[in-house]
Design a protein around this ligand. Structure first.
Ligand SMILES: *Cc1c(COP(=O)(O)O)cnc(C)c1O
Length: 414
């Protein structure tokens, strides 16, 4: 959480600009991203891989703003997409479609055709039926689709059940035993070229052991495939590296990369990884304004202008996100609050039992908001979605304007 820190006067800074001044200029709720943090996080992955052939495919769903995508593309990133809409964003941002891998269990015919036309690097295939569908679409178009099987290695990522994806009980991927026969089937189907192997076991992992277990299982399968005469070009280890929200101690990006390289060193395959959260979470904050303080029977409430429609992680996964004052003011007594928003749901909260020195009109900063924040936002309660701003040094610019009421009913008829 080193990006957004207080200066000696106690003001929270976004690089060289005070967060309060940005909040005054652009209004709240406000997402603020640090270009430097985005660059630094990417280059930590990139540099740690050194000369080893690798491709970092940024997981678009974590934060799909065009400016973020364009920055990633300029750094050499590829993209991990999960929908046709995300592919359209990558194209719009000027990303290289030859560096796109496409995951997701429900790819439609339309989406497959779109991705095939765009010439993506690989479809990460999640079922037998999908493999057949891609084959028939590609064959009918006289094209070749590059495919990888997304293997479900059945490892427990030790994370929240909603963000764990590599267990037998999950809808994702193909079990290891079935993946072997699916590769043999792919070899016989028209319109397909076997490109690689893929897995993604979950999100916000704070230990390396599950990654190692998953890769071990993939390597065993790669060896069996070799014996069968099926040779792959890449190994895609997915995303999932955790970040610090509170007191987690995730491995560094460097340690993560080194551990993976050690495992796959001798395979002679291109390494693909798909980080999302680790690149963007702590490169962004969400700024809200305290509207009211309200005494409750059991707890006091700090009611802010920001809600679950702007940031759903606390409501959806009981995620703990750090909330602090934009300006430190020791003259205000510290009190414990539940920080809640205006949406008409009891589940609408940003944080519970937080000690704050706050009065109405003050700005509050939620740390770690760059990932799965804006990208999961909605217009629930007919709330216009927040403005997004990119800071670089002392410069700042709007990368998505605040929505207007007209945006709320765009496409609707009276
Ligand atoms: C969501 C997702 C990622 C990114 O996960 P993070 O935890 O944000 O790194 C990578 N790959 C796939 C297939 C995903 O669904």
């Amino acid at each position: 959480m080193e990006t957004f820190e207080r200066n000696e006067k106690g003001s929270m800074m976004a690089e060289g600009v005070s967060v309060s001044s940005l909040a005054l200029q652009y209004g709240t709720p406000l997402y603020i991203y640090s270009e430097k943090a985005l660059r630094d996080h990417f280059s930590e992955f990139d540099k740690s891989a050194g000369d080893f052939p690798h491709l970092i495919c940024y997981a678009v769903k974590a934060n799909s703003n065009l400016s973020v995508l364009r920055l990633m593309a300029s750094l050499g990133a590829g993209f991990d997409i999960v929908s046709g809409g995300e592919l359209a964003r990558v194209l719009k941002a000027g990303g290289d479609t030859a560096k796109v891998v496409y995951s997701g269990v429900a790819k439609t015919e339309k989406e497959i055709t779109f991705a095939l036309d765009a010439g993506i690097l690989s479809f990460n295939v999640e079922s037998e039926a999908e493999m057949e569908r891609i084959s028939s679409i590609a064959a009918a178009a006289g094209k070749t689709a590059r495919v990888s099987v997304r293997v479900n290695p059945d490892v427990d990522a030790g994370t929240h059940p909603y963000i764990s994806t590599g267990l037998k009980s999950n809808k994702f991927g193909v079990p290891v035993e079935r993946a072997f026969s699916l590769y043999k089937r792919a070899r016989d189907l028209p319109g397909l070229e076997i490109a690689g192997i893929d897995c993604h076991i979950g999100s916000q992992l704070t230990s390396l052991a599950p990654f190692e277990d998953a890769i071990d299982r993939l390597i065993r399968l790669i060896d069996r495939l070799r014996e069968e005469g099926i040779n792959l070009k890449h190994i895609d280890v997915g995303g999932g590296l955790g970040v610090v929200y509170n007191n987690e101690v995730p491995p560094s990006r460097k340690a993560y990369m080194e551990t993976i390289l050690k495992k796959i060193q001798g395979l002679g395959l291109l390494l693909i990884c798909e980080p999302g959260r680790s690149l963007v979470a702590n490169a962004g904050i969400l700024v809200s304004r305290c509207e009211y303080l309200k005494e409750g029977e059991l707890t006091d409430f700090c009611i802010v202008d920001t809600a679950m429609n702007d940031m759903i992680r606390p409501s959806l996964y009981q995620a703990w996100m750090k909330i602090e004052e934009a300006e430190a003011d020791e003259s205000i007594p510290e009190k414990v609050f539940n920080v809640v928003g205006p949406v008409c749901e009891t589940g609408d909260f940003l944080g519970k039992e937080r000690s704050l020195r706050v009065k109405p009109g003050d700005f509050l900063v939620m740390q770690g908001a760059g990932a799965y924040g804006f990208s999961m936002s909605s217009n629930y309660n007919s709330r216009t979605r927040p403005c997004e701003v990119m800071v670089s040094g002392t410069e700042h610019r709007v990368i998505r304007r605040r929505e207007s009421p007209e945006d709320l009913w765009r496409g609707e008829e009276l």
